[in-house]
Write a protein that binds this ligand. Structure first.
Ligand SMILES: [Cu+2]
Length: 123
């Protein structure tokens, strides 16, 4: 009786571990993007990757000396506030669709200046 109970507990725990580690997305992924490094109007990196279903914890680090920047990924409803020089902000969103998803800085003129990138979400 006791043995059966222990077996059941081990089985349930194993299932939980398999679910947490299984492939195909659904994991929590930490990503970091730097904005305005060396005074450049761009993100570094400009390309990010994730799997469909991943929960993304994205940190925008503003290394610009003068200007605020944002990270907006409209498709997944992920938006930072205006992050001031030397500051950072972490946002969370779920990559719930596959494709090349655009992100950008919505401070006026910045997207046209080069602050745009893509998050490639695979199935
Ligand atoms: Cu910007």
């Amino acid at each position: 009786m006791k043995k059966a109970l222990i077996f059941a507990i081990v089985a349930v725990l194993s299932l939980g571990i398999l679910t947490a580690c299984g492939g195909g997305g659904g994991n929590t992924v930490k990503l970091q993007v730097i904005a305005g490094e060396n005074g450049e109007m761009k993100y570094n990196p400009e390309t990010l990757t994730a799997k469909k279903g991943d929960k993304i914890e994205l940190t925008l680090v503003n290394k610009d000396s003068a200007q605020p920047h944002t990270f907006i990924i409209e498709k997944f409803n992920g938006k930072t506030k205006q992050v001031q020089p030397g500051q950072q902000e972490t946002i969370t969103f779920t990559a719930n669709a596959a494709g090349d998803i655009e992100f950008l800085c919505d401070v006026p003129g910045h997207k046209d200046g080069g602050m745009v990138g893509k998050l490639t979400v695979t199935q």
